[in-house]
Design a protein around this ligand. Sequence first.
Ligand code: 0X9
Ligand code: ZN
Length: 428
Amino acid sequence: MARRSVLVCGILLLLEICNGNQDYNNYTLIKINPYNDEQVLVANAINATGIEILKNSRGLNDTVDLLVPPSRVNYTRSYAEENKLGFEVKQENYGRSFQELGPPESDELNRTVRTARRRYQKSFHLFEYNSYPSILEFQETVARRRPDLVQVEDVGRSYEGRRIKLVKISANPEAQNPIIFIDAGIHAREWVAPAMALYLIHRLSSDPDVRQNVLDGVDWYILPVVNPDGYEFTRSSAAHRLWRKTRSQTVNSCYGVDGNRNYGFKWAVSGVSTNPCDGETYAGPKPFSEPETQIVRNIMMKNADRMKLYVSLHSYGNFLVYPWGYTGDFLPKQWRKLDSLARSVSNAVQKAGGKPLTVLSAGKWYPAAGGSDDFAFGAVGVPYSYTMELTDGYEFTFPARLLKNVLPQFYEGFKVFGKSIKQEFGSS
Ligand code: 0X9
Ligand code: ZN
């Protein structure tokens, strides 16, 4: 959940970092823990050059996760001591762990992977992190295999020119059914999110029992990688693994806009950086400056009448949050419905053996404007709109070997989303 970095580019030494060259090899992952409401504010307010906040605290006993360079470890320890916050060094030499995330090990997983390989093509693995070309190939393969159910629509190109393709799963495309729209991967480093979207495509297009439950009467539109340039950048080297933004060139040698601060609803009123060289939350020169956010906007606008649920997949922290994201001062009048559906989803995930999701409004967690969830809800009129932060315990580098455990658990939550939308908006 990185929200802001206090990296400020401007001197030559830091330019490399601004361009996304940051291996974090000697950084320490530190968690500071607030024990009362006042301390939550203090912990979230830590601010020193070089320290990167991976996750803010949502309340008591929810840690602020920090990546701290060697020169700032003592400062961080003193900050915690002075403010009586808990202090835990979770991992030294943080960046080195990126290399250790090797291929799957267990026999059981190898069997699963072999099956998935046979089903699709050599390069795509359902329970691994795939390259963007093999994701595109997977999308096409599913459509070829199930022409009765799956269509792939070319919805545009990324800044660097990569094709972006929307998967539409519909048992009856003529019926004008309510639409559930899921996107993932607006934040480059949150790899588990595209993996979840692809797993959803797989299950919805191949499960025998899914038809009656969640496909008849509801159409699913799934965009697995909104920001493929960023995604491929994070795959290109360990030094780029924690890149978050798009890859558009903004000013001088600074790249990228935070896609989830770039949507045109209450744009830039809170929780954003106006510095193009900020590594994390730069809102962009104007709303929808990025081709990637324009693509998502266009899908929403084109289908506004039928779109009843929007879920944007992110990581991490096991949260399921709803509007408003731009403010924590008040909630939309429909918040009880948003809250109650989210709790049912969390219960289903828990019943499947997963950790429950923390449910609250995004702005009560921390206010940040220009998110896709607020745009869908406030500007497009999608009645149910969420951001889902998948997994916890591994920050942004959720190990591929655990995908086979968590993706099916989250999938149970999506079945509840489907059934509920069908019940409230379906025609029969
Ligand atoms: O800050 C974000 O963009 C999301 N968290 S993340 O760690 N994946 O970056 C949360 C967005 C919640 N929604 C809004 N604030 N609108
Ligand atoms: Zn995110």
